[in-house]
Design a protein around this ligand. Structure first.
Ligand SMILES: C[S@@+](CC[C@H](N)C(=O)[O-])C[C@H]1O[C@@H](n2cnc3c(N)ncnc32)[C@H](O)[C@@H]1O
Length: 154
């Protein structure tokens, strides 16, 4: 991000202090442009029309579709007009996604404490959910094996 947009102001959010420390170390030259928040992004106030871009990397494959839908709505609201949402994550087949969801539901674990459970969606679901959340369209910008980068513009 900083190599491409050295003047950007970036807010980095993660639950893991280790991950944030690593980010601070790597991005030391841009320290003045970086604010790190250790928090739970399902609960943090992301604001309204606050950001030009929301970028997630390998962080959103833990949520059931209903929770993810609400997060996508909050991301859309947090973006300025013309802002972009980029989601890099791993996907699975429709069948495996359905099976994982069924076994999760049978486990009765609370859907707000899932960060250690993997519930990847299919490519189709990853494209439908943001549209349901009000993004006009989301495209598959990159794919290598089961890793995909999706991009949507508000
Ligand atoms: C697999 S790591 C990926 C880290 C980094 N984004 C990367 O691509 O190298 C997943 C990250 O997502 C964060 N994460 C997962 N669920 C989260 C949540 N609900 N709120 C905040 N951070 C979360 C974890 O703290 C961790 O830093």
């Amino acid at each position: 991000m900083f190599e491409r947009f050295p003047q950007a102001n970036v807010v980095g959010i993660a639950l893991s202090a280790k991950m944030l420390n690593e980010l601070a170390r790597k991005d030391q030259p841009w320290q003045a442009h970086l604010r790190l928040i250790r928090g739970f992004f399902l609960e943090l106030d992301l604001g309204k029309s606050t950001y030009d871009a929301v970028i997630s990397s390998m962080a959103l494959h833990h949520w059931i579709p209903g929770v993810k839908l609400r997060l996508y709505e909050r991301i859309r609201i947090a973006l300025r007009r013309g802002g972009v949402f980029v989601n890099d994550d791993y996907v699975t087949t429709e069948q495996e996604s359905t099976e994982r969801l069924a076994s999760f539901k049978a486990s009765c674990i609370s859907d707000r404490h899932l960060q250690h459970i993997d519930l990847p969606l299919s490519i189709q679901q990853e494209q439908e959910l943001p549209q349901e959340a009000g993004f006009p369209a989301i495209r598959l910008a990159f794919r290598r094996a089961n890793t995909c980068v999706f991009a949507a513009v508000t």
